[in-house]
Every structure is written in C-alpha cells, then in structure tokens.
Design a protein around this ligand. Structure first.
Ligand SMILES: Cc1cc2nc3c(=O)[nH]c(=O)nc-3n(C[C@H](O)[C@H](O)[C@H](O)COP(=O)(O)OP(=O)(O)OC[C@H]3O[C@@H](n4cnc5c(N)ncnc54)[C@H](O)[C@@H]3O)c2cc1C
Ligand code: FES
Ligand code: FES
Length: 1335
C-alpha cells in the first residue's frame, strides 16, 4: 500500500499483535490484507461476497459506554480494513497452532473427522470459536445456528456439527427428540443386532483436551484506552483512489454527509461491499460512523421499541428477544415476525455485520425485515444538520419515491417499531431455495387490524419482496378490503385483487414467474389462516377455528440440530495394535486444516517478480472475433502484458480443447485473453478495459433440444442391447413412454482453481503448483501449448480444496493458459480464479435428457426397456464421450430387464464444456431409471419399492453388457434398509399424516444401488508409487494419486504402515508430483485407493523382501537397526511399486465387456415432508446401507458417503444453474447457486457400512468416493412420493413428469391447487423467458 496523499494511521490488532498501517487503502478488505500483507493464509477466499464463510474471523470491539467487549464473527472478504480502526481481529492462527498449542475447537473438529479437504475448516473453527467466546456452554441449536453461514462441500456437515456439540453441556451424544435417551445406546437401535462386531464410535472423546474458556487471550488494553480517549478526532485514510473518513461525533457525521452527499455511510458493508465488487459501483469517499454512540442503543418506551441504526441484525435479534420475554404476546407480534426471519436471514456472520440502518436504507428487493417493519408501522428517525424528523417506513419509502426518501444529507439515527395491540396481527412469510442463508424468492410482511372485538378489517397491509426491483405494497388491494370480514370470500377476493395489482411480467428478471405469482397468494393464504387461528384463540365462540387438516400449513419447518449414528465393523481384536488398517484414523492433515496451517496453492508465499493473471472471457455464445482492443488496458498502472492466442508457441487447439480463443468464440465464458499485472486488482481493472467486438455466428446452440435439431454431436452413439426389445414390446400388458430432464451441477469446490506457474531460467523448464486431480494431464497440455517435451514440465500437487471431478481436465486448460503467460512474460504467474469466473469458465456436470419406452406386465415385472440418453456436453469434447459410455453401461442400475436397449450420445452446444463430476453420469441417468420404475408402479397400483424389488437382480448373472456379478450384497443392503429403517411402518405413518394434513405431505423412498468403480480401459487403472526409507528409519511415500480431501494420503499411510510393519508416525507423504511418479492416471472414478494402494503395497513389499535377510539375522532388532544394517550392506532403500491395473475392457462393437473391476452396492431410505403451499421441504430422516466390503478407514469412508450423499441431495433439490436463452450463465456464486448448508442435512442420519468380500481390491476394500452421490436421489423420490400424495388428494391421479432438481418451484407448481389455478399464465410464444433449462 503506497500512495502519496496524507493519511492518518490505521491501528488495529490481529491475533494480539498491533498493526499500524500508515497508508491504509479503503478499497482493501481484511481477507486480502491478512493473506497478502500479514501472510496469514489460514483465512480462505472462496466467494468474496460474504456467502460462504470460508473467510470467517472474529472481530472484537470495546464499547466505552457499556465497558463491554463485543466479539462477533465476520466474513473478512466484506470487512474493509479501514473499518477496523480500534478493533481486534482473531484469525484461525490466533486461535491455536501446531507450533504452539492447538485449541480444543480445532482439535475436536479434526478428531471428529469434520475436515476433509480442509478448505472450509478455518472458517468453521472461527464460527464455533466465536460462539464459545460469547457462550462457553452453548446449546446444540446455538452450534447449528453459528454454522449456518459456513459452507462445506465435502463433509455433509454432520461431523462438523458433532464436533461443535462436544462443547454443549447437554450430552454431546444425541438426545432423541428430547427423550434424554441416546441413540448410541445400542439396545435403543434395534438394528444394531450384532453388538459385539458393530462399532459406532469414530473418535474417542476421552482424548479431547478440556475446554477452559478462561484461557482465551485478553482484549488489548491499548484498544480500551483508544476507545475511551476523550480527545478522539476525526481520522482520514487516504487510498489510491478513495478516501475513508471516520468522524467521531454526530455533528461531524452530519457535516460530512452535507459535504459529501453521495458518500455512503459504511456500517456492515454487506450491501455496499458487494455492490462495489460485483456491480462495479465506485465511491471516491466513504464515511464510517462505526462506534458512534448515538447509533447504538435500544430504547423501550410505552408504545414500542426504538433501535439504534448502528445495531447489528444480531443485536436487533437479542433486543427483540429480550422484549418478547418482557412484554405480553399481543404487544410483540411484529417482533415475533421479525425474530422468525432473523433466524434464517443470511448466516451468523452477516447478521453480526449488517446493521439496522444499513438494512433499512439499502432496501434490498428481497429484504426479509423491511416488509415486516412496514406492515408493523415502523418509522425511521432521521437526522441532518437541519435537525431531526421522522418518516414512515412505508410503501413510498420502500418503493424509493423521492419525496418519501432520505435526503442526501440525512442519516438514519434509529428505527422505531411500535407494539401491536390485541386486534392487530402481524406476520412475516418467506420462501427461499434453501431454508437458511439464502435470500427469499418471495417474502412478505402482512398485518391486519380489526375493529375491536370483530373480524372486520379496519386496516390491512401487505408488502412483498422478491416480486420486482423493490419491495412492493399491495396497497390498492388492502384499501378495497377494508370493512370486509376475515372470511373465505374475502380471501378469494384478496387473491384475485393482489394478483391484479402485483404483476410479475413473464420475462421478469429472476425467472420463476408463475411460481412467484403462486407464492404471492399462497403466502397470503398462510397469513389468512394464521389470523383466523389467532382470532379463534381470542374468542373461540365468535371466530371458528380453521379446519384441523389445515393446521400444519401454519408453521415453517423448524430448524433442528441433526443427529444420527454411524455403524461399521469393529477391527478384529486379534489384529496387532500397531496396524492402523480398519481403524477410523483421522485425516493426516486434519489438525493442519483446522489450524489453517495446511498450505493450499494460493497460500504459498509470494515469489519474487510474480504477476497476477485476470481473464477476459467471451460474452457471446458463438461469434467471430472482429477485434481485440487492448491499448487502454495496457496503459493502466501495474499492467505488464496481455496474452492472446498469438502468444501460444505450441498448439493452441489441442485434442479439441482451445486454450485462448482464436478468431471465434464458441461459448460465453471462453477465455479470449488474459492480463498480467503486478497485483490482481490491477490485472482485473485492466481486464475490464479490454474491448472485444464480435459478429454473431449462427446457429447458436444452447439446449439439448436445439442440438438434436441441428444434429450437433461431440461423439458417436454408444449402445448396448440384450434380448429382443421390439418383440418383447409386443407381449407386454402395458407400455409407457416418457422423458426426464436432469439439469447440470456446479462442482462448487471451496477452493477455486488456483495455479502458480514458474518459468525456470534454463532449458525452457516450467514448474506448476496447482490443485488438480490429474497432474499428468496438466503436464501434457502445458507441454503442448509451449511446444516443449513433457520432461521440461513439472506439476506439483500437495492438496486441493475439493475437486469432485472439476479438477480432472480443467487444470490442464488453465495450466496451459498460465504457462503461456509465464512463458511470454518470463515471470511467475499466480492465477487464482475468482468464484464467478470459475463457475463460468469451468462448467460442471452434464445436463441430461432421458427418453424411455417401457414394456411391463400388470404385476410390475418389466420386460422391455428402450432408453435414449443425451447429455449437453458443451462446446468441446472434454470427457463427454466417457460420460456417455458410463451412462450407457451403468444406467440399468440394480434392475434386470431381459430385453434392454440403451443408447447415449453427447450433444455439442455453445455452452462451456461440461466435464467430470462425481458419479460421472450415473447420478443423472439413474433419475431416468427411477422415474420409469416409479411410473410403472403407478400404472400397476403398486408401491415403487415393490416394483423395485420385483425387478431387482436376484442371483449371479450378467449385466446388460454381459459382465458376470453376484448381487448378494445388493439384496442384503436392500433388505437391511427396508427392515432397519422400518420403511413399511413409517410409510404407513406417513400415509396417516397425509390423511390428516392437507397442506403438508410426507413421502418416503427406498432406492437400491449397483455402482461400479474404475474405467473400462486397463491402462487407465495402472498406478505407481515410490517409497524411500531414510537412514533414521523414516519413510517417504509418494504415489500418483492426488489428495483432494478424500483422505487418500491417510489411507496410503495406513497401507504403508501395515506393509512395513511400522507405526504411521514413521511415514510421511509430502506431495504428488510428475517428477516422482510419471504418467500417473487421474484421481477419479473412486479408484484412487484401490490402484495407488496396490502400488504402495507393492513398493513396500519389495522393500520388505530386500530387508528380510537383515531382519532374519536380527529378528528382535528395531526397525532403525535393520535400516542402518541394510544400508551398510548396500541394500537399496528405495523402491518403486507398480500396479498394472484391473483387467477391464469394453468392446463397443460387440456391446460387451468386463467393463469394471467390481461393483459397489447399497440401498438408501429417505423421508421428507413438503409444504405444498410454498414448495419447501424438510429431510426428516435418511438411512444408508453401503456395501463397503472391508473398510480400510471407516471414518474416511463414512465421510465420503455422507458428503457425497449431501452433494447428491443438492444436485437433486436445491442446486439450480440458470442460463439465459443466449447461453449466459447467471449463477456465479453462493448468492444464486445454493449448495446444501447444515440446515438441509437429514434431521436423523444413519449410515451403516455393510460387510462383504472383495478379494480383487486391496485388503478386500471397495472404492466409495462416488457411490453416495446417487443416493441423494432418494430425497428426490421421497419428495416425488409426497407430491404424488398431495396430487392424489386433489384428484389428480395422472403421473406427472419427474425432473431434477426438484426445487421449491417444482414442488409448489406440481402440487396443483386452487392457487396455482388462479394465477395468470402466459403463452410461451409471446415472450422470451429470463432463463431456460439446458437439459
Ligand atoms: C451474503 C449476504 C446474504 C444476505 N442475505 C440476506 C437475507 O437473507 N435477507 C435479507 O433481508 N438481507 C440479506 N442480506 C442483505 C443484508 O441484510 C444487507 O446487506 C444489510 O442489512 C445492509 O446493512 P449494512 O450495515 O451492511 O449496510 P452497508 O453496506 O454498510 O450500507 C448500506 C447502505 O445503507 C446506507 N446506510 C447505512 N447506515 C445508514 C444510516 N445510519 N443512515 C443512512 N444511511 C445509512 C449506506 O450509505 C449504504 O448506502 C444479505 C447480504 C449478504 C452480503
Ligand atoms: S470468501 Fe468471504 S464469505 Fe466467502
Ligand atoms: S472440508 Fe469442507 S469444503 Fe472441504
């Protein structure tokens, strides 16, 4: 930070150390500052917009008025450093470190297996740590609430919450629904039927160090002195382009506001920060009145409460909670409504940063509080140099009418929220894609005031968010209803009127138009019912209650702290205690993850002379590049060079993948050029100034349907066939045909793609450090791009912050991009994709269209199936052909259909190229299978589970591609799942529930799974390892696999420990590199442990064989003695190990082959409840039975299963990628792409590893990295079951088309009722929708 103008010194503390910044730049945020200036890299970047929690830190401030220290969690990416003057920041490094002492929060997160890739872990630690600073003995609900703003893509959250729960005073074990009994008591769980062999403890809590809250660091006394200094003066921090002014008195603020009317008041910065970052808004001056006493108060008066504008939403929550406890319920109806929304508004970090004033003034269109405040007649107290005035927080204010708004020189001092009265009723209603930490799709604040003692409307207010650019009021509707009785006729008129008044045009931004229209009246209906119920409570004689069947419509789903049990086979007591195989060993990096000391690529310290790279991507889907104008960009400060296709010395188009766009672009998001500059900020600013002109090329193909119309394909058709399908169709009782659409999925690995490319001075060598699943591929692409032999390119990979298939091929492309830049500039290149760019450029899971024709008998036996699959491959081949092959080979799943034809083809479109993703096509294709099985069941009047069982593989037989297998474990998993989940009993209970509840429905589904690992090409399954023994006895193991969070290194260390018969502490794994193991295969397809394990085993066995003579001579000797002796005897202590690969093959001509080495089986049962009025759902319980054969590490395997299940659940429910009809991806961050949070996971979650044999794999284990993904489909099917129940009750018996994801929109619009019938519908030919489906 160096700029010339006069600046005051910024003083704050980080981890107890004083930081004095002489030239603080207001544009720099704390995350950047910590990582780049202070080199504290524990705090992570994953989104930059406050939506993921990876950058969580604790901020502590001293309040001189109350003399109290306030600790709160904050997302460092939204904290301007200038706002920290006088504050103390604690980062994960300040909580604990391996070098000094790890904190119990860190220790427990690690030991409870709450880290996998570890990228989210520092944020998780900080959220729990901050909670403990404020509540040393938290309740389980407080733990869940504290974690609501932290995303984890790996673990499925269960172990993270469990680690937090170990701090609760209540039993850390589960309390089954308050019964006080723990489900870990084995006799409580009927299905733990072999207690002597089944283990349920993945960690030993006796090992945990006790937590002593008195040992935490003290707040720096210097900051107390600073805060209490009576001579505080205005400070000004002068940045490169902006100034930050910190007034110390109210008068000063008002003076400044008058002088700089356009300057924002920066409070939480949660509205201003994102607008600067994502919308390119620029402010030359910021005014920061943080800490000004006049803004921080709560004042309870006779008729309401006044809250200071500086109060955070978390403080507002506390103040309201206090008031509702103090005051009678009838006075606090508005407060109750606000409290309900405050629980789910964003995450704890944002609630602690955002302020009341900021919220009210920024008026987000999705605001959860403003509609309620308006309905509750709140007023805003304003202050300017002219004096004070009040304005109502009403429709004019919310709709931003200039005459009702603040004047530019005014500030909000406070907000006054009046009490309600007996005849006032106020509610807040909302629906979001996900229950917590997701802005509402539609929300509402409604209030009604009746003439005393009657149900005659005296005043009515209805405010809606999410229906237009601002919160809007249905004031005309409300006016017309005054004087009406609160009855069904009024409701019906109100619905009609409000739909007329609030019109969402068909092409409206945000899409979901018909759904939003339906929500407008569905939420109104909920309010209507609620008020009727309240009236009835006042006078049951006068006001009849609502029908019992409608009661459940009133409440939103509660947020429960999840609980569950994990069951696995205990280690044979005869196994030597030192042998770690089979034990739930903690991830070898877990402690480092939790302390933030695990080094990810961008955590590597700066390299001398390094440059940062920013991308310029295509804004057109298919167009000629007419010109690239770079002069303006090149002239900007810090810019060193702009790199284009012309700078690629070798192949720019390699194996169909284009590095830098040349002459034309083939998708939105294709990299056209990159800018290299001295800082990322400079590179990015310059990238925005590069001007590219295009000329569109026709056709522009976005969807599968368009690709089929244009015959646009990336690969040939793949097909397998058995029996005689045509003939079979002639002999069946019934035939059904249908289509199923499954949309794509974003990997959303927490660590975006990161690359450090370092050109060496000699021999054109290039070294790349990156997070990848396939270093060999990166090496290949870089060598091709630079036109050098592969032996000049080194790719090093220590760990990746999640990958899930997204780092198989894409790092090759991005590696080439950065290596070309490094080559051209001759300087190291740091290339860190921002989240939005990552989502745009790297694409994800293939959207799929499945078409089926099924012939079956009336008893449910399926005789014939003819299924076609098309995937949207995007613009280049990538791995689309392999995805199609996997779909065709695996999609029969667990069902035997004697006459079966399955075809698949990858479509070429103008979307970014889709790629590998956990499950590789299987999770999409099997939705189609489950859809037709369910449709058959419906036609035969049977339960889907009955049809599944009837058609399931039963004995040793051949798959459709003629691979023999024994489905015994499949049958076992299925049977256990049905029995131990008590499926039939619960199904009946759900039916009873459904009879009694009209607006909420429960559904269950059980799904069997037959999955395969590996690939049908033997040489892809080969692996190598290199094991060195050093003279002190320590062992270094390297192999070709990549550590992505799955715990591969941990398992390899377990293997080496067993094979060398030494403790794991002797063994170290450092990194994967193309230098130590060349030509390694990708780490994907669930086979990394299998193949690398065999290679490591082989290397260790070679070494042990060499050592045998030495050991025989000194059998009682120690390992160290043998090694020393071996060296003296010139025995080589280094060996490569090799595994040739499983013998797999597939002959596509003959349509047969031993395609996969073995099968993984499983079964899963899920139960959900859906809210038919809003489309929300709650996952009540999931039971997974997974055939793990022998688990090398049950903690890691269960972690993979749970994590994959939750990721699958996301695919099938909340995760929805939105594209414009022009092929522009809208979903570019956590704000508009919703992966599951801790709230979405099953309330009860049981996972059982089922024992079987698998002699082909190492230690008879099975690869379980992907299998759980598909199991998330049980949630989709359970939702389908619930929705079917709703439809049946409404007289709709026709099967509806299942598709994925089953979003709230899908659920609501499929639960057809009087409200969906009432909304206006648009003729699709008359408008262009905002977004389209691409499957
Ligand atoms: C990740 C994320 C998730 C979110 N989720 C939700 C959600 O689910 N529901 C929801 O309702 N909201 C949500 N929000 C929005 C959030 O509630 C608002 O951004 C926040 O309330 C703004 O407050 P602030 O203090 O951060 O404002 P700032 O960003 O500091 O300021 C915002 C504006 O208010 C003005 N201002 C601030 N204080 C005053 C004052 N005293 N007088 C005059 N002007 C003032 C500023 O000049 C500025 O123009 C989310 C935000 C983020 C970043
Ligand atoms: S990086 Fe800050 S919240 Fe995501
Ligand atoms: S461990 Fe949470 S994101 Fe990987």
């Amino acid at each position: 930070m160096s700029h010339s103008k006069e600046s005051d010194e910024l003083v704050f503390f980080v981890n107890g150390r004083k930081v004095i910044e002489r030239n603080p730049d207001p544009e720099v945020n704390l995350l950047f500052y910590l990582r780049k200036n202070l080199h504290l890299s524990g705090t992570k970047y994953a989104c930059g917009g406050g939506g993921c929690g990876a950058c969580t830190v604790m901020v502590s401030r001293y309040n001189p008025k109350t003399k109290k220290i306030h600790h709160y969690p904050a997302t460092a990416c939204l904290v301007p450093i200038c706002s920290l003057h006088g504050a103390a920041v604690t980062t994960v490094e300040g909580v604990g470190s391996i070098k000094t002492r790890i904190h119990p929060v860190q220790e427990r997160l690690a030991k409870c297996h709450g880290t996998q890739c570890g990228f989210c872990s520092p944020g998780m630690v900080m959220s729990i740590y901050t909670l403990l600073r404020n509540h040393p003995e938290p309740t389980p609900d407080q733990i869940t609430e504290a974690l609501g703003g932290n995303l984890c893509r790996c673990t499925g959250y269960r172990p993270i919450i469990e680690s937090g729960k170990t701090f609760c005073v209540e039993s850390t074990l589960c309390q089954r629904k308050g019964s006080g009994k723990c489900c870990m008591d084995q006799d409580e769980r009927s299905f733990v039927n072999k207690p002597e062999k089944i283990c349920t403890k993945l960690y030993n809590e006796d090992e945990f160090r006790p937590f002593d809250p008195s040992q935490e660091p003290i707040f720096p006394p210097e900051l107390i002195r600073m805060a209490e200094d009576p001579n505080k003066r205005r400070l000004t921090f002068q940045g490169e382009r902006t100034s930050w002014i910190m007034p110390v008195t109210l008068e000063d603020v008002l003076e400044l506001k008058a002088s700089f009317p356009k300057a924002p008041l920066i409070m939480g910065n949660t509205a201003v920060g994102p607008s600067i970052k994502f919308k390119d808004v620029f402010y030359p001056v910021f005014i920061s009145p943080l800490g000004l006493p006049e803004l921080y108060f709560v004042d309870t008066i006779d008729d309401g409460v006044t809250i200071g504008a500086g109060y955070s939403l978390a403080q507002l929550n506390d103040a309201l909670l206090f008031t509702v406890l103090e005051q009678p319920k009838e006075k606090t109806k508005t407060y109750h409504a606000l409290l309900k929304h405050l629980r789910t508004l964003a995450g704890a970090q944002i609630r602690n940063m955002s302020t009341v004033g900021g919220h009210v003034v920024s008026r987000p269109s999705f605001s959860d509080l403003n509609p309620i405040l308006a309905a509750g007649n709140a007023t805003i107290n304003l202050r300017s140099k002219e004096g004070e005035r009040q304005i109502p927080l009403n429709s004019h204010f919310l709709e931003r009418s200039p005459e009702a708004d603040l004047k530019s020189e005014e500030i909000v001092l406070s907000v006054y929220i009046p009490y309600s009265t007996q005849w006032d009723f106020v509610s807040g209603l909302r629906l979001a894609q996900r229950q917590e930490n997701a802005s509402a799709i539609v929300n509402a604040g409604m209030s009604v005031k009746f003439e005393d003692g009657t149900n005659t409307i005296k005043d009515l207010k209805m405010f809606y968010g999410g229906v237009g650019p601002t919160v809007v009021s249905a004031s005309q509707t409300c006016k017309q209803l005054i004087g009406r009785h609160w009855d069904d006729q009024m409701l019906s008129d109100a619905c009609r009127l409000v739909l007329d008044e609030i019109y969402i045009p068909p092409e409206a931004k945000g899409g979901m138009v018909e759904y939003r229209r339906t929500l407008i009246i569905s939420l109104l209906f909920k309010f209507y019912l609620k008020v009727r119920q309240e009236l009835n409570k006042i006078d049951p004689q006068k006001f009849p209650d609502i029908p019992e069947k409608f009661m459940s419509a009133l409440e939103d789903f509660p947020i429960e702290t999840p609980q569950g049990l994990q069951m696995f086979e205990c280690v044979d007591p005869r196994q030597p205690p030192q042998d770690p195989v089979g034990h739930p060993i903690m991830h070898q990096s877990a402690i480092k993850h939790a302390t933030g000391e695990a080094v990810f690529c961008d955590d590597m310290p700066p390299i001398a002379n390094e440059l940062f790279l920013a991308v310029v991507t295509s804004t057109r889907a298919h167009a000629k590049i007419m010109s690239i104008e770079t002069s303006e960009a090149l002239a900007l400060p810090g810019v060193v060079d702009i790199i284009t296709a012309d700078d690629v010395p070798g192949d720019n188009n390699y194996h169909g993948e284009v590095f830098y766009a040349q002459n034309k672009v083939i998708c939105v998001g294709q990299i056209v050029c990159t800018v290299a500059a001295d800082t990322y900020a400079h590179a990015k600013a310059a990238a925005k100034k590069v001007k590219i002109t295009y000329e569109d090329i026709e056709p522009k193909i976005i969807t599968i349907e368009q690709a089929l119309q244009h015959n646009s394909f990336l690969s040939v058709e793949r097909k397998i066939e058995q029996g005689n399908v045509e003939q079979a169709f002639r002999h069946v009782d019934q035939i059904i045909e249908g289509e199923v659409h499954v949309e794509g999925q974003e990997h959303f690995y927490m660590e975006t793609q990161t690359i450090l490319a370092i050109p060496k001075q000699e021999d054109k060598e290039m070294v790349l450090h990156l997070g990848t699943q396939f270093p060999t591929h990166v090496q290949e692409f870089v060598a091709a791009a630079l036109n050098i032999p592969r032996n000049r390119v080194t790719c090093c990979m220590k760990r990746a912050g999640g990958a899930f298939g997204g780092k198989v091929t894409k790092p090759g492309l991005l590696g080439a991009i950065s290596a070309v830049a490094a080559n051209k500039t001759g300087r190291p290149i740091r290339f860190i994709l921002e989240r939005g760019d990552d989502m745009l450029i790297t694409a994800g899971r293939h959207p799929l269209l499945g078409k089926y024709k099924i012939g079956f008998m009336n008893n449910g036996v399926i005789k014939a199936a003819d299924v076609e699959y098309y995937v949207n491959g995007g613009c280049t081949p990538d791995e689309s052909e392999m995805v199609v092959e996997f779909i065709v080979l695996k999609s029969e799943n667990a069902y035997y259909i004697p006459h079966f034809r399955c075809r698949g083809r990858a479509c070429k479109t103008n979307l970014p190229s889709n790629t590998a993703f956990r499950g590789f096509g299987f999770p999409q294709a099997t939705v189609v299978v489950e859809a037709y099985v369910t449709a058959v069941a419906s036609q035969c009047n049977l339960l889907p589970e009955e049809v599944k069982e009837i058609n399931m593989y039963k004995r040793t037989t051949k798959t459709a591609h003629k691979q023999t297998f024994n489905p015994e474990p499949l049958r076992r998993c299925w049977k256990e799942c049905l029995e131990k989940s008590a499926f039939y009993a619960r199904k009946q209970a759900a039916e009873e529930f459904n009879k009694e509840n009209y607006w909420k429905k429960r559904g269950l589904a059980v799904v069997p799974m037959k999955f395969t690992i590996g690939v049908p090409v033997t040489y892809y399954n080969q692996a190598a390892a290199l094991v060195h023994i050093y003279l002190d006895g320590s062992v270094l193991v390297t192999h070709g696999g990549c550590e992505l969070g799955q715990g591969l290194y941990t398992k390899m260390s377990q293997v080496a420990s067993r094979e060398l018969n030494i403790p794991q502490s002797y063994i170290h794994l450092s990194e994967t590199s193309t230098i130590t193991v060349p030509n390694a295969s990708f780490t994907a397809g669930s086979m990394a442990t299998d193949i690398n394990g065999k290679a490591v085993q082989n290397a260790c066995q070679i070494l042990m064989a060499r050592l045998q003579p030495v050991i025989r001579k000194n059998p009682k000797g120690k390992w160290e003695d043998w090694i020393a002796k071996a060296f003296e005897e010139s025995i080589s202590l280094s060996a490569t190990g090799y595994f040739k690969g499983y013998k797999t093959n597939m002959d596509w001509e003959k349509k047969e082959g031993e395609a996969f080495p073995y099968f993984v089986y499983g079964a899963v049962c899920s139960e959900v409840e859906v809210d038919c009025l809003t489309g929300a759902h709650k996952l009540r319980r999931t039971d997974i039975f997974m055939d793990a054969a022998f688990s090398i590490n049950p903690a890691l395997d269960i972690g993979q299963i749970e994590g994959a299940f939750i990721q699958g659940m996301g695919l099938y429910t909340t995760e929805e990628l939105k594209y414009s009809p022009e092929g522009v991806l809208y979903s570019r961050g956590p704000d508009d792409y919703k992966i599951p949070t801790a709230t979405e996971i099953p309330e009860e979650f049981y996972v059982t590893l089922v024992r079987s044999r698998n002699p082909i794999a190492i230690y008879s284990s099975k690869g379980l990295g992907e299998a759980g993904m598909f199991m998330g489909c049980s949630v989709l099917l359970a939702i389908n079951d619930a929705v079917t129940a709703a439809r049946k009750e409404r007289g709709l018996t026709k099967t509806f088309t299942l598709s994925s994801p089953v979003t709230p929109e899908f659920i609501r619009m499929t639960c057809v009722d009087q409200f969906t019938d009432m909304i206006p519908r648009d003729d699709p030919s008359t408008f262009t929708p905002w977004s389209i489906h691409v499957s």
